[in-house]
Design a protein around this ligand. Structure first.
Ligand SMILES: Cc1cc2nc3c(=O)[nH]c(=O)nc-3n(C[C@H](O)[C@H](O)[C@H](O)COP(=O)(O)OP(=O)(O)OC[C@H]3O[C@@H](n4cnc5c(N)ncnc54)[C@H](O)[C@@H]3O)c2cc1C
Length: 451
């Protein structure tokens, strides 16, 4: 229990708001995108800027409070809210400044991809971002960042130029290739373990506004054929093309298999590149062609509404063998909820041409990153839906799994955290000891400070 006077002093130190359980905004403020988590923090500090973040970190440390850090609130395992303790809520920090001359952007940690894309596309620019526009830039960037521009421009972390960070001792540091280089190395894939990032600086690229994108949909009976095509085609595709495969139910429809493309190069050349995808068939629906980049960025949004129950599983695959394809087809046909699906993400082109130890994100040599996403609406159905995703991955893992994307971990994946950091774990643990020796930031895929 915190003394009332201490809470009032903390409140007075903030430019933003302090939300307590008695506040009518409390229930909305503690909700995450994933309806699985119903946690009740003691306090929510809705920060207005860096000064508030420093104040909140110092307050929590001095009062020995558990801390959760919230950016876009899309953590699959619910790390951005806690029971008791303090939520450092950055969702109001929405500043974005694009510099078209240097093709860079600075953005605060409450920004979501739809907001970021809106500002950068005004200048015909973009950087690799998430494929669901409601996701936060903060958590996604700190874990790695796979997206439609990955093959051409690398992961989101490959485009991070610098970050401002408030560390556990309340210090403000800038991390970049020239300042606090070790921290910069750890931030790019270390998923929130080293401090609260209050500003991200990104490299941008000329993209769109029109690209070739969208999806081609086939019946599930064609799943094996479509996935075999996807395997061969994705291996040979030019960097300008990023292609994913998706097994899902379109609205009011049975389960389908789709290929989703983003071609961000010259449109006339792109028509030739995507022709084989359009020629595979006949498809149930062909929605692949010239569209605004911002339209591709919201293409799958409707499939991931806030408030549903979600559970994810997945990992990296070295190859998409015929046996693995059998597993995808079998589990897609037996999912207990029509809302569930599996997205096979590709890590190709520029995203692969970075050394595994160049930064904390280690998974550069595995071309496929399937994410199995269970979604359901009734708590009574949790067991069977969680079980489906777990069994699915267990069956797939037998065909050469290696590592897991840190941002795709679930709340019960504690034993897989080391796999998420791969061979970089020991170096990260040493860094954690330097920047957060008491493991103050521990609601995350946690790196234990080196002993
Ligand atoms: C619908 C959906 C689609 C997705 N699609 C993609 C995708 O296309 N590509 C991809 O790479 N990932 C994707 N992801 C995974 C996504 O990257 C992670 O869920 C990510 O953590 C979300 O970030 P957030 O800021 O919204 O989440 P939050 O829940 O706010 O934060 C997630 C984690 O990051 C930490 N964190 C947040 N902000 C900060 C900060 N400023 N400083 C320090 N730590 C911080 C939190 O403490 C928490 O541990 C998707 C997730 C969802 C739910």
């Amino acid at each position: 229990m915190l003394d009332h006077t201490i809470i009032e002093q903390f409140k007075a130190s903030l430019r933003g708001e302090l939300i307590e359980p008695s506040d009518e905004r409390y229930d909305a403020a503690r909700k995450l995108w994933n309806g699985m988590f119903d946690r009740r923090p003691a306090l929510i500090a809705r920060c207005a800027g860096t000064a508030d973040v420093m104040s909140a970190v110092n307050f929590a440390r001095e009062n020995r409070l558990l801390v959760a850090v919230r950016g876009g609130g899309h953590s699959f395992p619910g790390h951005s809210v806690c029971d008791g303790g303090l939520v450092i809520d950055l969702s109001s920090m929405k500043g974005i400044r694009v510099d078209p001359a240097t093709r860079t952007a600075r953005a605060q940690p409450g920004v979501k991809w739809i907001e970021f894309d809106h500002e950068t596309q005004a200048f015909g620019l973009a950087t690799t971002g998430g494929t669901v526009s409601d996701t936060g830039i903060a958590g996604l960037t700190l874990g790695g960042g796979l997206g439609w521009l990955s093959s051409k421009y690398g992961l989101t972390v490959d485009n991070l130029i610098s970050a401002d960070v408030v560390t556990a001792d309340g210090r403000f540091l800038t991390a970049s290739a020239t300042e606090n280089q070790d921290l910069f190395w750890g931030l790019r894939g270390g998923s929130g373990n080293f401090g609260v990032v209050t500003s991200f600086e990104y490299q941008l690229h000329a993209v769109g506004p029109t690209i070739l994108g969208g999806m081609v949909v086939h019946p599930l009976s064609k799943a094996k054929e479509v996935l075999r095509f996807y395997r061969e085609f994705s291996k040979a595709a030019p960097d300008e093309l990023t292609i994913y495969a998706l097994l899902f139910n379109p609205p009011d429809s049975e389960t389908m298999v789709a290929l989703i493309c983003c071609y961000c190069g010259p449109l006339d050349k792109g028509e030739d590149v995507i022709r084989p995808v359009k020629s595979l068939g006949p498809p149930v629906q062909d929605m692949l062609g010239p569209i605004p980049y911002t339209a591709l960025q919201i293409l799958t949004d409707a499939g991931f509404p806030a408030g549903s129950y979600y559970y994810t599983n997945g990992g990296f695959l070295e190859d998409l063998t015929d046996q693995a394809i059998e597993v995808f087809a079998e589990y897609a046909a037996t999912k207990p909820s029509p809302l569930s699906g599996v997205l096979i993400q590709t890590v190709c082109g520029a995203a692969r041409r970075v050394a595994s130890d160049a930064m904390a994100f280690p998974h550069r040599r595995f071309p496929y990153a399937p994410i199995i996403a269970s979604q359901w609406l009734d708590a009574a159905d949790s067991e069977k839906n969680v079980g489906w995703a777990r069994d699915f991955w267990r069956a797939l893992h037998a065909f050469g799994g290696g590592g897991v994307y840190v941002n795709d971990l679930s709340h019960d994946d504690g034993d897989r955290i080391r796999l998420a950091y791969g061979a970089n774990y020991e170096r990260l643990a040493a860094l954690k000891k330097k920047y957060d020796p008491d493991n103050f930031f521990r609601l995350n895929p946690n790196i234990k400070p080196a002993g």
